[in-house]
Design a protein around this ligand. Structure first.
Ligand SMILES: NC(=O)c1ccc[n+]([C@@H]2O[C@H](COP(=O)([O-])OP(=O)(O)OC[C@H]3O[C@@H](n4cnc5c(N)ncnc54)[C@H](O)[C@@H]3O)[C@@H](O)[C@H]2O)c1
Ligand SMILES: [Zn+2]
Length: 381
């Protein structure tokens, strides 16, 4: 890990009554892990769940930060990748926690990307009928999305995230220096979710990203730029506000699914493989949601093109033709969309846009118009 350049941190509050917590964002904040845990839960033991890649880069620093504050810890290291969100790995992690005598008042630490956050959070929600946990996200996607909001899950043979629970962490510690070792492709995929917050509700933030995305990617504060920290803080604030309004996704929280209907269909069509990472699918999905909204005359075509231009300039796919390898047929995509979202009398529920920063939920989208639109897009290849 690079030496901390700055320990001054930005804090974003997630306001959920008795389940409220802070997201602490900054380069080097991992060093404060033990002190913060000791302050929140004096005397608690901890159990770190992490994956092999993260362990290589970050585990020693995390353990040192805990030792520094006298916080006892043990750990389990699971293989990297979505396959670890399985019953088998879930069982291994539960048994390892119980074997290490973790009790009700102790803490799980999820040290990793969204896979580890979802797995460890779900484990924490059920072990000993539920214990607290802390998120230490190590991917950009986890910094701005999966570590915030309390959705936890593992996967079923029938689909992703089908076995899970709402379980809020008691702290999210987002050390932006940890992102320095993340493969660039993973960083770029996570950036799609950052752009999403601008596109769904904050036009000013989207304009800021158009001007400053290079500094967000570069990170590092030595030149006095805190662009990465700013982008993460704005994203977390946006997600925190939506989660505070609608913790269990009965309404507004669905806005976070902008780009996810088209995106999930493309991701599933690629078999959730290396061919198309989640964030890449979401970038294409958002560009398609804007293009589809423009086709519905909800906004000028030029504004949809502006979205495509920005996503393309950072190197993200914006249309099916950008995805390598054989593409699905329109029938396959429509089947996948129908599986993902409930269809009522030929009508789909979709997040559409009236402009950059102006997303809304539309329950009456005609399936046949989506089909016609996707046929055109697939033919572009
Ligand atoms: N709970 C939620 O609200 C929510 C939201 C969005 C996504 N998710 C879930 O998140 C998961 C995807 O998360 P992800 O994109 O972070 O994937 P991930 O956790 O698989 O991490 C991506 C890769 O980067 C590696 N890695 C992680 N941190 C690293 C670091 N600092 N340096 C080097 N390598 C590192 C990992 O080992 C892995 O190989 C999916 O399972 C998705 O369902 C959950
Ligand atoms: Zn997403």
């Amino acid at each position: 890990m690079t030496a901390p350049v700055r320990t001054e941190a930005a804090t974003v509050a997630v306001s959920l009554g008795a389940r409220s917590y802070d997201i602490v964002i900054g380069r080097g904040v991992l060093a404060s892990l033990g002190v913060r845990i000791a302050a929140l839960r004096p005397g608690a033991k901890t159990f770190i769940v992490t994956d092999e890649n993260v362990a290589r880069h970050v585990l020693a620093s995390a353990e040192a930060a805990l030792a520094h504050a006298g916080v006892a810890t043990s750990r389990v290291i699971v293989p990297p990748g979505e396959a670890s969100k399985s019953y088998r790995v879930f069982e291994q992690v539960c048994e390892a926690i119980i074997a290490s005598h973790i009790e009700r008042g102790d803490l799980v630490i999820a040290l990793g990307g969204g896979v580890i956050g979802d797995l460890a959070g779900f484990v924490a929600s059920v072990v000993r009928r539920g214990i607290d946990y802390v998120q230490v996200p190590t991917t950009l996607l986890a910094h701005v999305d999966s570590s915030v909001g309390g959705k936890t899950a593992i996967d079923s043979a029938y689909g992703k995230n089908l076995i899970g629970a709402f379980h809020q962490p008691i702290l999210v510690l987002a050390d932006t220096a940890l992102l320095d070792t993340l493969p660039e492709r993973e960083f770029r995929a996570g950036y799609a979710e950052v752009a999403k917050y601008g596109l769904l509700g904050d036009a000013g933030f989207f304009s800021w990203l158009e001007a400053n995305w290079r500094e967000v990617f570069a990170g590092g504060n030595s030149s006095g730029s805190f662009a990465r920290e700013h982008a993460i803080a704005v994203s977390c604030r946006a997600k925190a506000a939506i989660v505070a309004r609608d913790e269990r996704e009965t309404g507004d929280r669905a806005l976070l699914n902008l780009g996810h209907t088209f995106g999930h269909a493309l991701e599933a069509a690629c078999g959730f493989s290396e061919r198309l990472l989640h964030g890449e699918a979401i970038a294409a999905g958002m560009a398609l949601a804007f293009a589809f909204s423009a086709r519905q005359r909800l906004l000028p075509a030029a504004e949809a093109e502006r979205v495509t231009r920005h996503l393309a300039v950072v190197g993200l796919p914006t249309t099916p033709k950008d995805i390598p390898g054989p593409l699905p047929s329109v029938d396959q995509l429509m089947d996948l969309i129908a599986q993902d979202k409930k269809v009522k009398r030929g009508m789909l529920t979709f997040v559409l846009v009236r402009g950059i920063g102006a997303a809304f939920i539309e329950a009456g989208v005609d399936q046949s118009e989506v089909r016609a639109f996707l046929s055109e897009k697939l033919a572009e290849r």
